[in-house]
Design a binder for this molecule. Structure first.
Ligand SMILES: [Zn+2]
Length: 533
């Protein structure tokens, strides 16, 4: 048997094993027990929170011959058939790749046949928001009055994209992000079951990084284990694999901001970009660092709440004691805001740069707290200015203070508004290829879904070729908004301008025969320069 990803292997078989969604599980179990199951369910929530797992359990439970406390028994013929994927009663459809009217018509035609075995035909439509308008319309009538033996379970990460007509026909369940504690506890069960030694802090870090998604946490754990096969998984190894930033870097960033060292802060960010760190994650982690600073300053008994090593804790305390709480709070506010903006931004680096500059130069910022920060800086820089400060605090000379700006761009060493990136060299393409799984993980849907199956190759003039097995997708990413979105993503992730082309692999073509398979060969591209040596 081949390797089975942890999140598949440890998919909960019964409702009791679903973590962090008690409100949903209890309701569904009660419906099964009282035999009052609905005909259309809508599961919403961010990825990896258990929507598909619960859908599968529900599909088995309604077909089970003798459910146990609302969960499928796992023993009867139907349970076994469905679990083995041999049953015609559970039909899973991924709307991301089957989003047309014809796909839905197929379903509707099939709905009219009652199941030959078991009680219900269950259609699980994943990423349902991706259906075309025509497809939604085709689905409506069936969704409203399906035959008694049919049940729909729709799942989506983006419920706001669903037409109201669909929403109104479904029982809606909102899946919550799962807490770090719950994820950590589950990871512990998994590694124990697998007989893998993992440091507690390492697990905690993985749980934290997964950001409320159980599936992500298991995928991240999978990666970490794969890179350190047969060894104990330590905190440091996890940081390495996940590309996390050492706390020491955050400490330096904080110092740079606190002392208005614009160059220091921007150089540090440039290093992070060069190292290929994921910038949203970097911002999130910095918020955690600031939160830790705040906690350490607030109390001496925070060791348990802050999961860092004792060395780092000592350093944190030192930094916390030299900083003032209002400034820390302001930074937390600013970076939390940045973290929600940056998620979907294409120019992540620039957004961070703007924030760093604003924090170093509070006179540029009219936001809440900037005023206090200006005063703090004045106090730092000019202790003789006590009298003036008093006046400022009383609001008497506020005008003269704002007259202190504006500072010229040159003086601040700010980057140009839109940076022109250097054209990627083969080395950069190589980086894209070797980091491809990681890059995919960072993409948002639908781009992520579309690109998952794409293969990478090298074209003329150091272009990256992205080869799809689907003509529409190859076209979609060759022009317009989608092309731009992918371009921005790649450029932003690498800090280089990655020139790419999309290609379509005809059904009868074999990828390896037509393209250089970059992913397979773990290659070294020989550049012109090194050849002439
Ligand atoms: Zn059963």
């Amino acid at each position: 048997m081949g390797y089975v990803a942890l999140y598949r292997k440890f998919r909960p078989p019964v409702f009791e094993d679903v973590k962090g969604q008690d409100h949903i599980v209890t309701t569904l179990k009660n419906q099964i027990k009282s035999d009052r199951v609905g005909h259309a369910y809508l599961f919403c929530g961010t990825r990896g929170t258990g929507k598909t797992s619960v859908a599968k359990i529900l599909a088995r439970a309604v077909n089970c011959e003798h459910p146990v406390d609302g969960s499928p028994c796992g023993e009867c013929d139907m349970c076994k058939e469905i679990a083995a994927g041999n049953s015609m009663n559970v039909i899973e459809i991924d709307a991301a790749s089957n989003n047309g009217v014809d796909n839905v018509r197929e379903i509707i035609d099939e709905v009219s046949y009652s199941p030959t075995k078991g009680k219900k035909k269950v259609y699980i439509i994943d990423e349902v928001h991706m259906l075309s308008t025509g497809a939604f319309n085709a689905l409506l009538k069936t969704l409203e009055e399906p035959p008694s033996y049919v049940m729909f379970i729709l799942a989506t990460t983006e419920v706001q994209k669903l037409p109201i007509t669909i929403l109104s026909r479904c029982q809606r369940y909102d899946f919550h992000r799962i807490t770090i504690d719950t994820i950590e506890a589950r990871l512990r069960e998994v590694v124990d079951a697998e007989g893998i030694k993992v440091e507690e802090r390492a697990l905690r870090y993985v749980a934290k990084t997964a950001d409320g998604s159980m599936r992500d946490s298991l995928s991240l754990l999978d990666q970490c284990i794969a890179f350190n096969y047969g060894e104990e998984l330590t905190y440091d190894k996890v940081l390495n694999v996940l590309g996390a930033v050492d706390t020491e870097v955050f400490s330096r960033l904080f110092s740079a901001l606190y002392t208005q060292d614009v160059n220091g802060a921007l150089t540090l960010l440039a290093d992070i970009v060069i190292q290929g760190r994921e910038l949203s994650q970097f911002v999130n982690d910095f918020v955690w660092y600031l939160r830790n600073l705040m906690l350490v300053q607030a109390s001496d008994q925070m060791e348990d709440v802050i999961d860092i090593s004792s060395d780092n804790l000592a350093a944190l305390k030192e930094q916390a004691n030299s900083a003032d709480i209002d400034t820390i709070l302001r930074y937390i506010r600013v970076f939390s805001e940045l973290s929600s903006q940056i998620r979907y931004a294409s120019q992540k680096r620039i957004l961070i740069e703007i924030t760093l500059i604003k924090l170093c130069k509070p006179q540029m910022d009219d936001g809440e707290g900037a005023f206090e920060d200006r005063i703090r800086i004045l106090e730092q820089h000019d202790e003789d200015n006590g009298k003036l400060l008093k006046g400022i605090q009383n609001g008497q000379v506020a005008v003269s203070l704002s007259g202190a700006g504006p500072v010229s761009g040159q003086q601040m060493g700010t980057p140009k508004a839109k940076k022109v990136l250097d054209r990627a060299v083969p080395e950069d393409i190589k980086k894209v290829v070797s980091n491809w799984p990681g890059l995919l993980m960072r993409m948002d849907n639908p781009m992520k879904t579309y690109l998952q199956k794409a293969k990478l190759s090298l074209g003329n003039d150091d272009t990256l070729q992205i080869v799809f097995d689907n003509k529409q997708l190859a076209e979609k990413y060759s022009k317009g908004e989608s092309q731009q979105e992918l371009q921005d993503f790649l450029d932003d992730a690498t800090g280089k301008h990655i020139v790419f082309e999309t290609r379509f692999l005809e059904a009868q073509q074999v990828f390896e025969e037509n393209y250089v398979n970059l992913q397979a060969i773990n290659f070294d591209i020989v550049t012109e320069d090194s050849e002439t040596e």
